[in-house]
Design a protein around this ligand. Structure first.
Ligand code: HEM
Length: 304
């Protein structure tokens, strides 16, 4: 398989920063590709941070004409049961910078925005951090059911032989929590919302786990009953006034996300939705494609 962008799988970094950019109207391919070329290591990160780049489907079609990866397309608004919504705020380019310190990560984010300044503007940004032992701000460990480091690339990346092999479909959503309401629940009720115990993240046994718990809704299967996993790299963000989770996940197939969100929101005749939606709501939503290293390098080689 071509090489996935290594930052997707780099673990142990506590400072994260997400930039979402819009290309200038009528942006010219050669100028965009030249600006992207300036993002190459080590000029931007000096090796002090990981940089992962993804493209919205129309931006990827501009810079890499030809067959797009199967299932590519923009995020569209979802309206689920009880009026719960997932808004679409699709942007063109997404940059995820993560490293061990906020200082180097911010330097890199500024350098990325600067390198792209001639062709794109920053439309949204979310500085994030790892909270204690990888907990979400609800206090629950996030990432427990993630595939192991050896299994993660097969879960996250388009397999060999397909268009975009070694690249990943990405879902990026900023969720804002209602922690006041969540913290009013007794701990056993909070555990019923998530489907896992709070101190040690043990899955509640099937007979006591509510079918509207988050993990019951988020675990989805194909027609043969095989699980359709994704690889999650979400991190919290926030201030005293507003806190939440930047949900970030990678998948070999785009429609795993659609199936998960459909199950969480109770769309298409499903009789239930995720109870987590009573305590958190997404305020942004985009799909990106994070191409393989070889496909990124080929952009420059094919420029002109
Ligand atoms: C406010 C937003 C969210 C929060 C706070 C949250 C939190 C959590 C927590 C605490 C777990 C249990 C521990 C673990 O396995 O990681 C979990 C599991 C999971 N979440 Fe989320 N999550 C959120 C949104 C989403 C979204 C939008 C998706 C998919 C589109 C998703 C997919 C999953 C999956 C696949 C699992 C593993 C389920 C299993 O056990 O197989 N989550 N999440």
């Amino acid at each position: 398989m071509p090489t996935p962008q290594p930052g997707i799988f780099a673990l142990g970094t506590r400072s994260h920063h997400h930039l979402e950019l819009d290309l200038a109207p009528g942006a010219d391919r050669a100028a965009v590709v030249a600006a992207l070329g300036a993002l190459r290591e080590p000029r931007v990160t000096s090796g002090a941070a990981n940089l992962v780049i993804g493209f919205g489907s129309s931006a990827w079609t501009l810079v890499a004409p030809g067959e797009p990866p199967a299932g590519s397309g923009p995020f569209t608004e979802l309206v689920g049961r009880d009026g719960h919504r997932a808004p679409a705020t699709q942007h063109d380019v997404w940059a995820w910078i993560h490293g061990s310190g906020t200082d180097t990560v911010l330097d890199c984010a500024v350098a990325v925005a600067g390198a792209l300044a001639g062709v794109a503007t920053v439309a949204d940004e979310t500085p994030c951090f790892v909270y204690h032992d990888s907990r979400d701000l609800t206090g629950f460990v996030d990432g427990t059911a993630n595939p192991s480091p050896t299994a993660a690339p097969a879960v996250a990346c388009v397999p060999d032989g397909r268009t975009g092999a070694g690249g990943s479909h990405v879902l990026a959503q900023r969720w804002v929590h209602d922690l006041t309401s969540f913290s009013r629940l007794r701990v056993d009720d909070q555990e019923a919302v998530i489907g896992r115990t709070k101190p040690d993240s043990v899955a509640l046994p099937g007979d006591t786990r509510p079918s509207d718990s988050h993990i019951s809704r988020a675990e989805v299967h194909d027609d043969q009953g095989r699980e359709r996993p994704v690889y999650r790299r979400s991190t919290p963000f926030g201030t005293v006034a507003e806190r939440g989770l930047f949900f970030l996940a990678f998948s070999a197939e785009r429609d795993r996300f659609d199936q998960m969100l459909g199950s969480m929101y109770g769309t298409e005749g499903r009789e239930q939705r995720d109870r987590l939606l009573d305590f958190s709501r997404p305020v942004t939503g985009s799909y990106y494609f994070a191409p393989s290293v070889e496909d990124l390098v080929a952009l420059g080689a094919n420029a002109g």
